[in-house]
Ligand binder design. Structure first.
Ligand code: ADP
Ligand code: MG
Length: 217
């Protein structure tokens, strides 16, 4: 389903160049749960953003369902991303002046789903946020913010979820809620890719891949 062929990413120009990824080959099947583990600076975020169509590699190809996503126009790629991929970040990236409900339904505004509101309410309930529905991010705990971010990712019923250190800022209880949400989504046929330096996602993974200095070990 996801196929990376000889992906390399070089940031900047000499003499300040950083080689973030070196000839990475990776195949990820439908409904696989993959953890990519590596220390800080090993290229995890670069890899995830490349898979997600947000960062074009310097060389190599990224294919999702046999489509080379960097041959799409920016508009086509945005649409492809919105329809297929959900993102979850360590720092949540919620819109500060929107409520829980508004943050979750915001990204559906240019894609018409008949049942967006209904789906949002049921996600909010599943994520234990019903009593926070009109709160702003500044009025929420880190764990609650990440649950909102999960709602925002899941409302599109994406085929793939990409998560960058999703439990990095959370207490154990909220980490466990986040991991269980990913696990449920995976059991319902979703593909999950988590990049992290920690070990807490390993027990959920079908496969753990080690990244070191931009190379898969
Ligand atoms: P990780 O997520 O594993 O910490 P990153 O993918 O963020 O690793 O970074 C990999 C390498 O690329 C690091 O050496 C980092 O300093 C460098 N890098 C990342 N983003 C940029 C950027 N926008 N400009 C220059 N160098 C960058
Ligand atoms: Mg990172």
């Amino acid at each position: 389903m996801i196929q990376l062929e000889r992906i390399s990413k070089i940031y900047g120009e000499l003499p300040k160049q950083a080689i973030a990824l070196k000839n990475v080959d990776l195949k990820i099947g439908k409904a696989e749960f993959i953890v990519v583990r590596g220390p800080s600076g090993s290229g995890k975020t670069t890899l995830l953003m490349s898979i997600g169509g947000m960062l074009q590699p310097s060389s190599g190809t990224v294919r999702i369902n046999d489509k080379d996503i960097y041959l799409l126009s920016i508009v086509e790629r945005s649409r492809f991303r919105a329809l297929n991929i959900g993102f979850v970040f360590q720092m949540f990236h919620l819109i500060p002046y929107l409520s829980v409900l508004e943050n979750i339904i915001l990204s559906t505004r240019h894609i018409k789903y008949d049942d967006s509101n209904k789906k949002a309410y049921s996600l909010i309930e599943d994520l234990g946020l019903s009593d926070r529905i009109n709160y702003k991010p500044s009025e929420l705990s880190a764990g609650e913010c990440q649950r909102v971010a999960l709602g925002r990712a899941l409302i599109h019923r994406p085929k793939i979820i990409l998560a960058d250190e999703p439990t990095g800022n959370l207490d154990p209880e909220n980490s466990s809620i986040v991991m269980k949400t990913f696990s449920n989504y995976h059991q319902n046929g979703g593909t999950v890719i988590i990049v992290t330096h920690g070990e807490d996602a390993d027990p959920f993974a079908d496969r753990v891949i080690y990244l070191k200095k931009g190379e898969i070990k």
